[in-house]
Design a protein around this ligand. Structure first.
Ligand code: HEC
Length: 145
């Protein structure tokens, strides 16, 4: 088989698939089946306790009302691999038992790219994206360990 035959065969197959596709369309199809409007949306609202906006608002309010400690615990998920689930330490030093102010000061130093210990480089990418609120929340959680 030469290239021309292959290309011709390919074109025939693709054309055939397109033709089959056009023949098998469902004439009753009336738009995007993934849309949830009308009755579907009413059901969704009943199940979820309100409109999409209301549900989102409730979620945001709950997040805003969450304690710094709870928010810190959530953020701490990405620290567990190196500092242990209870701050007991591992690859990184033990955090449990440290005062909140110390945790904030140390993280602030890493965030500023300051060298503390020999392995500070491991903490730079972790601390860099943290906001002041993140630091406070983490410190509140760590202090509770
Ligand atoms: C990839 C491993 C790793 C991850 C992930 C990590 N750390 Fe660290 N952390 C370290 C290492 C290693 C050190 C010691 C750095 C040094 O030598 O200065 C350290 C040091 C620290 C210190 C200073 C401890 C002390 O007493 O000197 C704090 C506070 C800290 N990390 C908090 C965190 C927090 C909070 C997170 C998650 C947001 C986190 N780390 C994620 C490895 C990690």
């Amino acid at each position: 088989m030469n290239t021309t035959t292959l290309v011709a065969a390919f074109i025939v197959v693709v054309s055939g698939l397109i033709w089959v596709g056009t023949q098998s369309n469902d004439s009753d199809w009336a738009g995007n089946r993934n849309q949830c409007v009308g009755e579907c949306y009413e059901d969704w609202k009943a199940e979820n306790g309100g409109t999409i906006a209301a549900v989102e608002q409730t979620k945001q309010a709950a997040l805003a009302a969450a304690s710094p400690e709870a928010l810190g615990e959530k953020y701490y998920g990405q620290c567990i691999a190196c500092h242990g689930s209870r701050g007991e330490g591992g690859i990184g030093p033990m955090l449990a038992g440290q005062a909140a102010a110390d945790i904030v000061a140390k993280l602030t130093a890493y965030r500023a790219g300051e060298e503390r210990g020999a392995q500070s480089a491991m903490m730079y990418p972790v601390a860099k994206p943290m906001t002041d609120a993140d630091l406070d929340n983490i410190a509140a959680f760590v202090a509770s360990l």
